[in-house]
Design a protein around this ligand. Structure first.
Ligand code: HEC
Ligand code: HEC
Ligand code: HEC
Ligand code: HEC
Ligand code: HEC
Length: 166
């Protein structure tokens, strides 16, 4: 009992320090290409076309240049942003997307568990990103612990500290 309490207090202290060290201030996000979710999603391409590991791995993944080239090896529009894709290909350079949704390293989260097994919709956690004409500059839904816990309590899922904290 006392031991459990001490371990608990120790965990809170350690996680508190880690959180303090890893919380970066919210800055402006620059993406290499002004990607438009709305134009792609309204054409009927499912999210998994580009976020290819969302059903089978912890991370959804951001698309590689090869994924864009499946459709953009020849021009489809007059957009200079689209032309950038083929310029990356000519240079043999990878597209490096900035990642906006980022949990601290000590928190475990898995898309496979929530999407592949739990069958939750992307919208539940990422809001209306599929309707957005420009890259988001901050998470539409803040990934706070209370938010995870609220849903876990509602759906009677594990709320033990060790389920999410490693
Ligand atoms: C499955 C096919 C497909 C894939 C994969 C795809 N696109 Fe597209 N993209 C389209 C289509 C179709 C259009 C034309 C939309 C329209 O008619 O305006 C388009 C249009 C665009 C445009 C111009 C429209 C605009 O104003 O923004 C850009 C830029 C673009 N895509 C970037 C990308 C990037 C970057 C990737 C890789 C992350 C990508 N696309 C992957 C099908 C695709
Ligand atoms: C239960 C909530 C939840 C659902 C449902 C969900 N996500 Fe996520 N998503 C997250 C969290 C939390 C992160 C941050 C993960 C991290 O930093 O480890 C994230 C991160 C991402 C990222 C950034 C890259 C990565 O994998 O870290 C993409 C892209 C993404 N999600 C796409 C999707 C798509 C597409 C769907 C639906 C097929 C989806 N997500 C469903 C919570 C969710
Ligand atoms: C044609 C490719 C494509 C499709 C389809 C697509 N995405 Fe994306 N997604 C991207 C690209 C490229 C980025 C990085 C640039 C940006 O943020 O706009 C991204 C970024 C994201 C992010 C932010 C990840 C992060 O941490 O920066 C989320 C969340 C996301 N997509 C969810 C979705 C959901 C949900 C769907 C389906 C409704 C979807 N995407 C469909 C290409 C796509
Ligand atoms: C909208 C509801 C919802 C949100 C938000 C949510 N989860 Fe979950 N989570 C679930 C469901 C449902 C399951 C069980 C899926 C299954 O196995 O059927 C689950 C399972 C898990 C598991 C596995 C638990 C076990 O049994 O060991 C972990 C770990 C987890 N979630 C972490 C997180 C984290 C971290 C966050 C916040 C970043 C989060 N979840 C946000 C609904 C949610
Ligand atoms: C369902 C997943 C989940 C469970 C269960 C969970 N946490 Fe967290 N926790 C998170 C996420 C996600 C973050 C990072 C986001 C944030 O700071 O809110 C976090 C951050 C923290 C932080 C650092 C941030 C802060 O608010 O000071 C502490 C300390 C913490 N958790 C302690 C605990 C303890 C103790 C328990 C058990 C009573 C617990 N957590 C259970 C998901 C979870």
């Amino acid at each position: 009992m006392v031991k459990g309490l001490l371990v608990g207090v120790g965990l809170i202290a350690v996680l508190g320090i880690v959180a303090f060290l890893t919380t970066a201030p919210e800055g402006k996000v620059e993406q290499p290409i002004a990607f438009n979710h709305q134009k792609h999603v309204e054409k009927g391409f499912p999210c998994v076309t580009c976020h290819q590991t969302v059903e089978k791995a912890p991370h959804a993944g951001l698309p590689s240049l090869q994924v864009c080239l499946m459709c953009h090896s020849a021009p489809m529009t007059k957009s200079p942003e689209e032309e950038k894709i083929r310029e990356y290909a000519k240079r043999g350079e990878a597209i490096r997307w900035a990642k906006i949704y980022k949990l601290p390293d000590n928190v475990y989260y898995s898309h496979r568990r929530h999407v592949g097994i739990g069958k939750l919709e992307c919208k539940t956690c990422h809001g209306t990103i599929g309707e957005s004409p420009a890259p988001p500059t901050r998470p539409v839904v803040a990934l706070k612990m209370d938010w995870c816990l609220r849903c876990h309590r509602e759906r009677k899922v594990e709320t033990d500290c060790n389920a999410c904290h490693k």
